[in-house]
Design a protein around this ligand. Sequence first.
Ligand code: NDP
Length: 297
Amino acid sequence: MSAKIIDGKKVAKLTRKEVRQDVDDWMDDGHRAPFLQVVLVGTNPASDVYVGAKTRACKDVGIETDTMRLPDTISAKELKATIQELNEDDTVDGILVQLPLPNHLSAHDVIESIDYRKDVDGFHPMNVGRLTVGQPSFRSCTPAGIIELFKHYSIPTKGKHAVVVGASNIVGRPISILLNKESGEYGKATTTVCHKYTKDLTQHTISADILVVAAGQPNLIKPEMVKEGVVVIDVGINRVADETKDKGYTLMGDCHFESVKEKASWITPVPGGVGPMTVAMLMKNTLLAAKNSIYPQ
Ligand code: NDP
């Protein structure tokens, strides 16, 4: 069997088209364009790429955006004071602080300083907590995008065994919660969450009907670790040195794509799988923030 490809690029394009229409309707009703403030601290080539993609997506859907570039010497106090100003600015609907932050800054502290009603990344403990108890919240974009992919391709997860490799606060943990808790056909899975200290990873991955991998380890998942027919969502984005490429690297996921796809029924490629959905869901969240849809005022 060779897996069918879950084309995140295509689904993200459709999602963005829907958001574009919703933004147009919102503005036709007399509202200003939604506004996303991006905060970028220090210099990090990967962050520049991600922020560039988000900025282009905003333009594409009619959301206004600005990137505030702050020096990597900024203190926590100064950064939080800047965020507080954005919290109080009624013209700012969404605030996104690009991670990672320089080492002297605590991402937890900085995220908590964002008004949760503007936390379009869905990382604030208020949003994570509400997600966990099944209340409306800004959903972290990557997990939300994965659920959209299941829906688009009619891949039900209810009653399935979903194994998540990776337990980070921004991907592994929230996708395990959504897969476990979401009602209907695209949730209600039995979930196993693995991390670095999981003994015998294969023992878990081999029993997965749905395998979500978000470890940041190229080629971590090999064909002998999965069963025939598994649905594979590869979240990993790894820059692997490659002298044959102009950029000097190749982007790879966490799965050995060519061999795992021979056993899977569905698989996401890297790039072109989950990544574009993450950006599309950010657009959706920013529009929800502008409309106060999650937290009515
Ligand atoms: P983190 O580094 O925060 O978390 C990685 C998780 O994987 C941790 O829970 C870690 O375990 C676990 N892990 C690492 N190595 C192994 C291993 N050998 N076996 C089992 N578990 C392991 O990463 P993120 O969650 O932020 O990102 C994960 C990957 O996804 C990265 O490649 C990142 O670039 C990509 N990413 C892609 C996005 C997209 O839109 N496609 C969005 C966000 C991230 P422990 O908890 O024990 O440390």
